[in-house]
Design a protein around this ligand. Structure first.
Ligand code: AVJ
Length: 339
C-alpha cells in the first residue's frame, strides 16, 4: 500500500510492518468537513455515501451482495466472468489495470485472469476505505502473475498517481464496477467521467458497470431487504459518526428508508428521525437539530437506460466499443475508449 508523504503520518514506521490505519489524516479531515457540511446545510440534510464503507459497512455490503433480493453484485460478477476475455481482446498490448473502489476484489479476479494470460499484470486498486483495500489485496494475493499496488486515496487522486507511473507503451484500463457511478447525482456523474477521461490518454479504456432500470417493486425490495441488512448498513453510518467523530446519535431514533425518485430514476436511502431531537458532534462542539420525520439523505443509486449510457459516453469524451448485458438482473458492462 502506498501512503502519502505527510509529516503527520508517522513516517518513522515501515510500510509493511505498519498496522493498516482506518483512515489517513487528510482523508480524516475531509471526512469531518464533509459530514459537517452535509448535516448543517439548509434544507435536505445529507451525508456522502462513500462513508458507508468503514470496516462494518464494508462487511455489511458483502452480506447485502449475497441477499436474494439484491442481484446487482451477482449480475456484475456474472458478466465479468463470462466476458472478461472479450474485454481483454478489445485491448491488445501492455495494459495496466486501475480500479476505482476495489470492493472485496472478488469480481475483479476474472478480469485480472484474462489479462495475466498475456504476461505479468499490474493492478492498482484505489480506495478511501482501508478495510476494503485490505480485503481486496487479501482476496487476490494468490494470483502469482498479478502485482498489486493499492492506493488509499480518493478516486481521481489515485488515478493521477497511476497515470504518473505509466511506462512508455502502456495502456491504462480503468475499472469502475458495481454501478458506483449511480451514486453520483447528475451532473456530477458526467463531470466525474470527464475528469477520468482528462487524466487518461487516447486509447486508454474504461470498463463501467451500470445497473439498469427495473420495476420499482424489485428496487424497493433490494434496498429494503426483509432481514434488515440494508437498514443496518445505512444506520451504521450514524454509528460510525459516533465512533469516529465523537457524535451522539441514538440509533433507535432513526429509521432506514428506501424510496424511488422517479425524476432522477434513482433509489434513495434516507435515515429518518422518528422524533424532534438534537444531536451533537465533535464532543458537543457542533449541534444539529432534527424535526420529527426529517431525513438525512445517505445515498442515491441511479438506474440507467441504454440512452443514458450512450449520452454519457459521448458527453464525457469516450467512444463505446463494447457492451455486455445481464438479463436475469438487468445490468450492463460498458467498455469505452478515450477518443
Ligand atoms: C455498491 C454503490 C452499487 O448503490 O446499489 C447497496 C450500494 N446501497 N445497498 C448500490 C448499496 C444499498 C450499492 N453500490
Amino acid at each position: 500500500m502506498v501512503t502519502p508523504d505527510s509529516a503527520a503520518w508517522e513516517p518513522e514506521h515501515e510500510e509493511d510492518s505498519m498496522p493498516t490505519p482506518e483512515i489517513m489524516p487528510e482523508t480524516a479531515q475531509l471526512f469531518a468537513a464533509e459530514v459537517l457540511a452535509g448535516l448543517t446545510k439548509p434544507g435536505q440534510k445529507e451525508l456522502p455515501s462513500k462513508y458507508l464503507y468503514d470496516e462494518i459497512g464494508s462487511k455489511l455490503f458483502e452480506v447485502i451482495s449475497a441477499l436474494p433480493e439484491y442481484g446487482l453484485t451477482r449480475a456484475d460478477e456474472r458478466l465479468l466472468r463470462l466476458n472478461a476475455h472479450s474485454v481483454a481482446e478489445e485491448l491488445p498490448g501492455r495494459v495496466v489495470i486501475a480500479e476505482l473502489g476495489s470492493g472485496s476484489g472478488k469480481k475483479t479476479r476474472s478480469i485480472l485472469k484474462a489479462f495475466s494470460r498475456r504476461g505479468p499484470t499490474f493492478y492498482h486498486p484505489i480506495e478511501i476505505s482501508a478495510t476494503a483495500l485490505a480485503m481486496c489485496e487479501h482476496e487476490l494475493s494468490d494470483m502469482d502473475s498479478v502485482s498489486i499496488v493499492g492506493f488509499e486515496r480518493e478516486y481521481l487522486e489515485g488515478l493521477r498517481e497511476v497515470a504518473a507511473r505509466r511506462k512508455r507503451g502502456e495502456k491504462i484500463l480503468v475499472l469502475f464496477l458495481g454501478s458506483t457511478i449511480g451514486n453520483f447525482d447528475p451532473p456530477a456523474d458526467v463531470e466525474f467521467l470527464q475528469k477520468v477521461q482528462g487524466i487518461l490518454k487516447g486509447g486508454d479504456a474504461l470498463l463501467l458497470g451500470t445497473d439498469l432500470e427495473k420495476p420499482m417493486g424489485q428496487l424497493i425490495a433490494a434496498y429494503d431487504d426483509l432481514l434488515g441488512v440494508t437498514a443496518a448498513f445505512n444506520l451504521n453510518l450514524l454509528a460510525r459518526l459516533n465512533r469516529d467523530l465523537d457524535a451522539d446519535f441514538t440509533l433507535s431514533q432513526f429509521k432506514h428508508l428506501a424510496r424511488f425518485n422517479p425524476e432522477t430514476r434513482s433509489i434513495e436511502m434516507h435515515l429518518k428521525s422518528t422524533r424532534a431531537q438534537t444531536v451533537s458532534l465533535d464532543g458537543g462542539r457542533v449541534k444539529v437539530d432534527f424535526q420529527d420525520g426529517e431525513t438525512i439523505w445517505t445515498e442515491s443509486s441511479r438506474k440507467f437506460s441504454f440512452a443514458d449510457l450512450s449520452r454519457m459516453a459521448e458527453t464525457s469524451g469516450f467512444k463505446s466499443v463494447g457492451q455486455w448485458v445481464d438479463h436475469e438482473w438487468p445490468f450492463a458492462e460498458n467498455l469505452w475508449i478515450v477518443k
